[in-house]
Design a protein around this ligand. Structure first.
Ligand code: ADP
Ligand code: MG
Length: 247
């Protein structure tokens, strides 16, 4: 589904202090239908990797191949089209506060030129799918954090993306709501087959829903594999954190 080859991202540093190497040659394969977790300490490059994957940031070197297409050097209409194949869910939800739930979800569909009736039908289908039936006309300020994130997820799914990218999508939520949103992501993965890539700093998230994971450290992949293999792998930091000794 997604192949990342030697991905490098370097930022020019402020005040002539040299460069910042956010990603130092990332190789990664994410198979169709996975729930793939990316963990790592603050500053290890998780958000930069995700922003390269959703084409908000262009890599300094390397490639990103989505279902066989190199999407890392696209511009203009080609890039806009590729972006529709990738849905993003944000930590702070990023909803439009002057718009209702339905209008938030319709927003990306307006940009892709769907007519009013089709937009509405698609939005109502998504509202049902994420468990917000009855909230069509509510405004974001009238919803709980968990409900707002459900709107964020529905909006990300509006253009029927191949993959859903989530950057710390549950870190603004309390533990119970976090579990509900994670369960929703797992259910969507099962029901509509969308591949999920999820950045987190909480190992409990890996344990709950991920099928595979990678650990980033200082812009490099420190380890990666299927959760089941990591748990049995001697010396695996992820494996021992997922199933603590004596658990
Ligand atoms: P994480 O999400 O794992 O905390 P980031 O991807 O946000 O890490 O950051 C990785 C490194 O790249 C950090 O050293 C950060 O300061 C740097 N960085 C990220 N974005 C920029 C930017 N736009 N300009 C300069 N440096 C950046
Ligand atoms: Mg980050």
């Amino acid at each position: 589904m997604i192949v990342v080859e030697n991905l490098v991202k370097t930022f020019p540093a402020a005040a002539g202090a040299g460069e910042v190497s956010a990603l130092r040659g990332i190789d990664l394969e994410i198979a169709e239908g996975e729930i793939f977790g990316i963990v790592g300490p603050s500053g290890s490059g998780k958000s930069t990797l995700l922003r390269c994957l959703n084409l908000l940031e262009s890599p300094t070197d390397g490639r990103i191949v989505l279902r066989g297409d190199d999407v890392s050097r696209l511009t203009g209409a080609g890039q806009r089209q590729a972006r529709r194949r990738i849905g993003t869910v944000f930590q702070q939800f990023n909803l439009l506060h002057s718009r209702t739930v339905r209008a938030n979800i319709e927003f990306p569909l307006e940009l892709s030129g769907l007519d009013r009736r089709q937009r509405r039908a698609r939005a109502d289908e998504l509202i049902e799918l994420v468990g917000l039936a009855g909230k069509e006309k509510a405004f974001p300020s009238q919803l709980s954090g968990g409900q707002q994130q459900r709107v964020g997820i529905a909006r990300a799914l509006a253009s029927e993306p191949d993959v859903l990218l989530c950057d710390e999508a549950t870190s603004a939520l309390d533990p119970d709501t976090t579990d509900q949103v994670l369960d929703l992501l797992a259910e969507l993965n099962r029901r509509i087959g969308v591949t999920v890539v999820l950045i987190t700093h909480e190992l409990g998230v890996l344990r709950r829903i991920c099928t595979s994971a990678a650990r980033l450290d200082d812009g490099r992949i420190a380890e990666t594999g299927r959760i089941l293999d990591l748990v049995g792998r001697p010396g695996s930091v992820l494996g021992s954190a997922i199933v603590p000794v004596g658990d």
